[in-house]
Design a binder for this molecule. Structure first.
Ligand SMILES: Nc1ncnc2c1ncn2[C@@H]1O[C@H](COP(=O)(O)OP(=O)(O)O)[C@@H](O)[C@H]1O
Ligand SMILES: [Mg+2]
Length: 272
């Protein structure tokens, strides 16, 4: 693609992108982990972010979620330049990275963990709503929070575990709890970094079905996953990173047939 075409494409999608990353760079000492990456994410998509180990995927997530500050480049979410925002401020805007939010408290019940998630992710704003209320307003808030927590547990089919200590859940059940906690923070877009690692096939299927339902409801996902079948069957479009750069971007069928992508995964030389 020529620079002219690239600019035109950017201009076309600029109006409806929910997330726009432009020329993002981040180095650690001598290693350039992210080397001038640009992409745009359409609202309501499950966009895959793939690439061999060390390609820069997690660093890209850390930059978007505010865990790292970029050396240069810009991150615009929902029309707001969030470059350099701290993670809690990014989350308050509606862009939440799962599997990085405060870990569940193993000694507390599943229900309590879900009810506390907004406080953990978003700061003190909702804290009072989970304290025993002295005023009726606080009691109403707590009841609403509790109802939403139950609905969210039912959605992920872990409501039968509500009174169980979170520490007793299986690895897969904890992933479902994690997703439930993310949803309680009321996000618009969710960054998923290998959410299916260690999840058994039954729960994996359940989680993927939930992702598609949430997508249909208008949620947006950026999804790092190493299982190529899962990516090809569930993500569209797919962005491929290699050595800190964006190597390719497109529909699964296109990415599947891209020789450069194949070479990158096989560790071969890649023509720039
Ligand atoms: N905090 C860090 N300090 C030093 N080097 C890092 C750090 N984070 C990532 N890197 C390096 O940046 C490169 C990209 O890593 P990463 O983003 O984790 O890739 P991926 O998630 O695609 O496997 C790697 O060479 C990695 O060693
Ligand atoms: Mg990684």
């Amino acid at each position: 693609m020529t620079a002219q075409q690239s600019r035109t494409a950017d201009a076309d999608s600029e109006t409806d992108a929910i997330l726009s990353v432009q020329d993002l760079r981040k180095s650690f000492g001598g290693i350039t982990a992210v080397d001038g990456v640009s992409f745009e994410i359409e609202p309501g998509s499950i966009t895959g972010l793939i690439g061999p180990n060390g390609a820069g995927k997690s660093t890209t997530f850390n930059l978007i979620s505010g865990a790292y500050t970029p050396d240069s480049g810009t991150i615009v979410f929902d029309g707001t330049d969030i470059t350099g925002y701290r993670p809690d401020r990014v989350a308050t805007r509606g862009l939440v990275r799962s599997f990085q939010i405060a870990r569940e408290l193993p000694e507390m019940s599943v229900l309590e963990n879900v009810m506390l998630a907004p406080q953990h992710q978003l700061g003190e704003t909702l804290y009072r709503s989970v304290l025993p209320g002295f005023r009726s307003g606080v009691e109403t808030q707590e009841r609403e929070l509790r109802e939403r927590a139950w609905e969210t547990l039912e959605f992920f089919e872990i409501d039968h575990l509500a009174t169980e200590n979170a520490g007793n859940l299986s690895g897969g059940q904890r992933k479902l709890l994690e997703m439930a906690r993310v949803l309680m923070t009321d996000p618009e877009m969710i960054l998923l970094d290998e959410p299916l690692a260690g999840v058994n096939p039954t729960l994996e299927q359940k989680l993927i079905e939930r992702l598609h339902e949430l997508k249909a409801d208008g949620y947006t996902f950026l999804f790092v996953e190493h299982d190529m079948d899962i990516v090809m069957n569930n993500c569209d479009p797919i962005i491929v990173m290699h050595q800190g750069q964006k190597l390719a971007e497109g529909a699964p069928e296109t990415i599947k047939e891209d020789d450069r992508v194949l070479e990158a995964y096989l560790g071969g030389e890649v023509e720039q």
